[in-house]
Design a protein around this ligand. Sequence first.
Ligand SMILES: Nc1ncnc2c1ncn2[C@@H]1O[C@H](COP(=O)(O)OP(=O)(O)OP(=O)(O)O)[C@@H](O)[C@H]1O
Length: 618
Amino acid sequence: MNRNPEEPDTLPEDIAARARRLLGELVRPQLRGYALLIGLLAAFGLGNAIGPVFIARALDEGIPGAVAGDTWALMSPLLVFVLITGLTGLFDFASTRLTGTLAQRLMVALRRRLFDHVQRLGIGYHEKSTSGRLVARQTSDMENIQIFLSGSLQEMAIGLSTMGVIAVALLVMDWRLALVIFAGFVPLLWVSIAANRAQRRNQRRTRTAIARVIVQFVETMGGIRAVQSFRRERTNERRLAAEDAKYREATAASLRNVGWFAASTRWIGNLSMAGVLFTGGWLVMGDGLQVGVLTAFLLYVRRFYGPLDELVQAFTMYQSAQAALEKVTAVLDAEPEVVEPSVPVRLPSRSGSGNGGAALGAGAAPPPAGEVRAGRTVSFSGVSFSYAGGETVLPEFDLTIPAGQTVALVGQTGAGKSTLVKLLARFYDPTGGTIRLDGVCLRDLADAQLRQSVVMVTQESYLFGGSIGDNIRIGRPEATDAQVRAAAEAVGLAPFVARMPDGYDTDVKKRGGRLSSGQRQLVSFARAFLADPDVLVLDEATAHLDIPSERQVQAALATVLEGRTAVIIAHRLSTVEIADRVLVMEHGEIVEDGAPGDLITAGGRFAGLHAAWEESRA
Ligand SMILES: Nc1ncnc2c1ncn2[C@@H]1O[C@H](COP(=O)(O)OP(=O)(O)OP(=O)(O)O)[C@@H](O)[C@H]1O
């Protein structure tokens, strides 16, 4: 399996075989349709090929018969010819329609499969692989496969079946002339094999080159603000031009190959024609071959080599589609780094109130003294971690966070705070050791239960197209409007929504572009609160908020964090004030652990950080 998320330009050796297997899997559910298609194409090829037999009959028997007064002798083969060509047209229509339908179905299945798979690939894959490459797979590569399946494949099948039927007809009519034509096959085969090899190489290069062009485009558009702010336009233009040049080069090589292939096949066809005329003329003179048979032969030779031009085109598209399918296969072969267990373990049911969203604005009753009402116990035992191929970020460490506790993680940039919470949300699995939730290893939990139990809010605050209400409801799709409003009120989003033209129905526009980054952050807060998880992770989640908004969120946090376990990463120490416990991290290790007041009194690193923060506020 290809585990390299970068999906290198040099694909694994057996990729062609794997792509064929994938195609087989996609074709299997529609085998009947394909069988019917083969029947229609064979009928079309037969009809197409059999016509000249009746023209020969009209010439050799019909005209002499008509001259002798028997008009029917000429009419009957012509009528059959008209009937056969009419039927052939029907077969052509039916096979074209069916090809289109089958191609569409296959493409939809492939597109869905790719989309579903890519969505499920781990964060590790997406952090390393550029989204532009995946866009190339879903657009340009898919388009190439589609063009081949819905057009070129049919041309190829018709061309080949016509040639097959004609070959038989030629043998029946005159085997000596037929052999002259077949002799052309030897150089034709040699040329085809050579062109096939070169074309496969060229098309793989072309696919890679176009993907790079798309990557450039997607990255530029994704970071358009940074591009314009730092005047990167020229640099990006130069980069795109360089990628375009590579694409041009790859395409030119492919076209050169098609050019010489087409020219060689045509020349071979013309040589065959000359050979048939020469041998046929000689046979007419010396062996009594009828002129009508020779005429039919010449018509056949034209029909025999006629589809070759289309075959050359179809063959180019075939190679392009094959290269595209290989690229798609490589993505489909990438395995999720975080694997769901085949037999998941369920978390024990939570003590106290369930996930009813009781905290949302309603103000939950405090737990009886000494009892933790809800939340889950989080434990790290002998956990170590390093990103793929990288240095150790977290050396072996142990940590237990009792249910219901709010822990603040502080430490310098790069200390490993985000890495620790990414492990807790199981975006990655630890390199060593075990992380447990109420004693159950995260690896043993069903994905759905894990995502329900641990929710992470980051400073990214990604909003999807749709209304503010839709975006909050992502936290819990079945939530009522009242619950959505309660969540918004809890985090201080409600006054802002009230000022929007359509309230909760206001469209947030692309990626929430209509909202300020602070407002987007409040929406993702509301979303997380509505989700009502057992464990809430806030990674710099208040970074974009102004001081009043942050205060408001903090006031809400006191209510919302109650009854659940929370891990908060914050550079602004104001957030730490609501924590029961502070962990100071340095180089992936926990160097201080205690209640905020105790740590300040102890005068260690946290006390230093706190003093500096107090000073900055003064
Ligand atoms: N996806 C990744 N691939 C490889 N290395 C990574 C990745 N993400 C983080 N790192 C590395 O892991 C180390 C810890 O990073 P992490 O983001 O956990 O730090 P942090 O304490 O959260 O920093 P900050 O406060 O700046 O957010 C850093 O050295 C960083 O370079």
